[in-house]
Design a protein around this ligand. Sequence first.
Ligand code: SF4
Length: 307
Amino acid sequence: MEVRFRTFSNYLKEIFGEKVYRVTVDAGFTCPNRDGTVGMQGCIYCYAGSEYNPLKRQKSVREQIAEGIERAGKRYKAKKFLVYYQAYTNTYASVDHLKKVYDEIKNFPEVVGLIVGTRPDAVSEEVIKLINSYTDNYLVWIEYGLESPHFKSLKWMKRGHGFSNFLYAFNLTRKYPAINICTHIILGLPVETREEMLETADILAAMRVDGVKIHPLHVIKGTPLEKLYLDYPFPLLKEEEYVELVVDFIERLHPDTVVQRITGEAPPDILVAPSWCNQKFKNKLIDKIRSRFAERDTYQGRKCKFC
Ligand code: SF4
């Protein structure tokens, strides 16, 4: 099926000439929104800092990278890898400790890139300089959890930071142009109108972010969001609504932005709602979104206001 937006896999193929696989590691970090520095409860939807496999934490970073490479190598005959520091806040430590953790990638000649996931209020110039030092030999991305630029939404999610923190982190990172910036966004927040969700795409287009990961709001067991949802049920997007919204959203992005993710899903045993965010349906959902682009005969950037 023809893909009418700029996918991460195509972007990687353009750079490396072959498929590149992500190896996700949990480097044992915590988060300022959980340890009391910013907050104690975490973001309303936070489930173990976005890492569904608690066993990873018990292994060293080196073991996790080695196992990830071996697994993908056997399964897909993969030869090139990006190491993604994903769980919790991966810049939330001293620069010395971060260097030790990131330097683990140097033990693996198959690794061609570094991805660091973090909060926009958890970076400093020293940390960005450190991350920039890897750009000589690796493709480097930093992923900022913004989720929404709207104040009421950040407050509702209990993110513990404002849009200004994102602007600060974005400008700081842009001083080092070899670092690519990806932004995480959640669509379907009950406090946002559809227009506000689409305005988020306009903001990302105006800022020329390098990448975006789009997730639908879904409720996971054991999170504060589950309690809220059960006590005061609020509407979640239906699958058809999400598909249409994602197409509208991507139409408004800049055509150069790499759309790294268009779904968000959870294993069935921990998913509360909506049922279509079940991990098992991920590929079907991606196909539906791709088909909808073709049915509407549209493409990324068609409605970009800043192109
Ligand atoms: S920033 Fe990430 S790890 Fe921290 S509380 Fe929010 S979702 Fe959890």
